[in-house]
Design a protein around this ligand. Sequence first.
Ligand code: NAD
Length: 496
Amino acid sequence: MDRVSHWIGGKVVPGESGRAGPVFDPATGEQTHEVDFASAEEVGIAVEAAREAFPAWRATSLSKRADVMFSLRELVDQHRIDLARILTSQHGKVLSDAAGEVQRGLENIEFATGIPNLLKGDFSEQVSTEVDVYSIRQPLGVVAGITPFNFPAMVPIWMFANAIACGNTFVLKPSEKDPSVSMYLAELLKEAGVPDGVFNVVHGDRLAVDAILEHPDIKAVSFVGSTPIARYIYETGTRNGKRVQALGGAKNHMIVLPDADLDMAADAAVSAGYGSAGERCMAVATVVAVGSIADELVGKIAERLPVVKVGAGNDPESEMGPLITREHRDKVASYLDSGTAQGATIVRDGRKDAVYEGEGFFLGLSLIDHVTTDMDCYRDEIFGPVLGVVRVDTYDEAVGLVNDNPYGNGVAIFTRDGGAARRFQFEVGAGMVGVNVPIPVPVAYYSFGGWKSSLFGDSHMYGPEGVHFYTKGKVVTSRWPDPSTSQVDLGFPRTR
Ligand code: NAD
């Protein structure tokens, strides 16, 4: 059984806590690795390595830091297939999807290569006689990232690319379910020229997370994961004086207006509902069919489902892979029973697919119609290949559904009416909006974040808000006086 250990001070450091967890290949159901779980002391060793590396890294020139990001970009590009293979072997998503994840991560590294420009401050000359004012942004120190299983390469990159480029040092606590890709990234960071101690990885569970939240030398925590844990991270981290951005779960709606191109909408619903087996925080979970088109739309979605090839992620034929664990697969499948019991109609039951019977953690594509807002399958984030359809009569009802929902991550509208789409983006309560685009993940030079229970904290992640999160502002008021103008003046500094 291969072992996954920590990465501290530029090398692999075997765990000594005596605690570890299993890592599975979701396509076969077999345990392939054991991952060490860090104790609070081991987290402390990683933080100490990061603390020691900070002064020199912070003093490294912007050009040199940009160079390192350019090298990292090249290395991730060269090794994208290796990264994707590792990712698929522990997460389960199909190889093409894993490669797409690596690509979106790469774009965040590309953004970070622009750090000299991103950290430019403002300068005002002569705000008073011989007085100039300028603003600078400085790194925070040691910062930490705690990441979910569903994007084991991209989400850590969302965080560490900007954090490190800004001059911080970083401690990553990846998901214990698919930990190996972060170790491969650690090696690439080292090869790119990131000095030892600037990037560290500690594996583990709640114990390691609590050690991060309580460590006095960690200045900021970025988190992505489920809403209850995001809330806990935000509350505990801020109580301990840290800057925190904690992105939580989602329940994304895709509204289809009667004038939409229904074939395009059905393609989009299938792609966004079942891609990565629905284990995306930007997955479409609920299709909202407005008006008379509902029967036709459900029919078009249903006819596309049997064609999707479900299988092991490393089979190039597969379009949808397994779920992350057996327990999660069974929980996802249970919504088909609760949906039936609560009055919904099962249009397609993925448990009837042959893949469900195997050893892997598979569930076929499932579709539930006539879902209502009081049902568990509507209220809960299912995070699997179970798409629900809610039928409403009007646009106002559709927007009301989204705005009443406790989550506010992504949302999409499908229509041919530009006026309706514009009204929608004005009224809707969600952080990321798609107009005829089902998964509106912002590009790397914008920032990613939801509203309501999908984000705790003020800053969205990556892009300009990421740079802002990982730096603190300083304003310098400076005077290089002509000595002949010097005098005692007890008044408050004046500008005129
Ligand atoms: P999770 O909340 O179970 O785990 C996330 C991280 O928190 C992991 O590193 C895990 O080890 C740690 N953790 C788990 N339980 C903990 C506890 N009790 N105390 C302290 N730490 C704990 O999430 P997951 O299952 O890995 O990922 C799926 C979730 O992430 C979904 O809810 C999904 O919507 C969400 N997600 C959100 C976004 C976003 O951008 N908003 C992106 C990706 C995933």
